[in-house]
Design a protein around this ligand. Sequence first.
Ligand code: NDP
Ligand code: KPL
Length: 300
Amino acid sequence: MKITVIGAGAIGLLFAAKLTQLGHNVHLITRQKDQSDDLKANGIALHADQNTNWSDVTASSYIEREKESDCYIVTVKQYQLSLLYPSLSSLPVTVPIIFIQNGMSHLKMAENLPHHHVFVSTVEHGAERLSKNAVLHNGVGKWKIAAVKGKSEAISFFAEKRADSFPIEFHDDYYALLAEKLVKNTLINSLTALFDVKNGELITNPHLHKLLHSLYDEVMQVFFDLRDSLSFDVIESLCKSTAANSSSMRTDVSLNRPTEVEAIIGYTLEKGRKMKIKLPLLNFIYDSILAIEYREGIRH
Ligand SMILES: NC(=O)C1=CN([C@@H]2O[C@H](COP(=O)(O)OP(=O)(O)OC[C@H]3O[C@@H](n4cnc5c(N)ncnc54)[C@H](OP(=O)(O)O)[C@@H]3O)[C@@H](O)[C@H]2O)C=CC1
Ligand SMILES: CC(C)(CO)C(=O)C(=O)O
């Protein structure tokens, strides 16, 4: 199928390479022309397990509305979505759009688009962009997709072609799918970013482990409906299975890039406010991350 991937960062490059390997024709939309020139000329280098695989793609630095596509996958960061909205809303309404962002602030946008089939998804892979056309696949996980509007049959071609290193799963409840990931990111990303530690240290450092547990108890007041599926054991297991990972928020802080703090922690705090639940620990962590961004000159 013809797949357009919007955004050629870590996840955009990983998805473009993996979907090409599965036999799809992938077109990448970049923000910078030099990146699309590079991708067209050289393809994508996907590094995993000491191997490098090359994938040929087409690319451009703008969205060609008239270019035929069977699906658009949006892989920009949460805070980059609002600038993209006018271009997305003018794309043909019959072509499915899939969002892959962490956080939940994009749900309103997904609901408001005029398109017949709109999906949100969660990504459990770990990816790091090494250069304009190279990406490191440093953790295999599932790509879980759920429809906000329309039917999953509209993208059934993703279910037909699968690979062990790129498992795809369809879910019915888009809210629960995103909320579970949001809680994981709220807990792990915030503490690892604030204390500048890898995910595993939230278990091995007894004081961070205690903080993680306190934060879990606080946040689960807001997401009490997820208590059965998201026990503290699940959070601990995720810290262990991703022990060597640097969370995306920690990576953003260490590279002096804006974080997705609003879409992740901000969303949880807002939900708490609406439910009249006080979240003092999470509020402290939120303000601390904003303070770090301010100190580094990436927030005013
Ligand atoms: N990386 C990971 O391992 C994981 C990431 N995620 C989630 O996936 C999302 C993407 O993350 P990630 O890939 O790491 O982020 P990156 O910052 O690496 O990639 C985002 C890309 O989008 C591009 N972009 C921004 N605006 C536009 C635009 N208007 N048109 C075209 N391209 C645009 C950026 O271009 P430029 O480079 O020019 O700025 C950048 O290349 C995030 O929500 C993240 O939380 C989820 C799980 C794991
Ligand atoms: C699950 C986790 C915390 C893995 O690092 C993640 O999704 C992230 O870093 O954004």
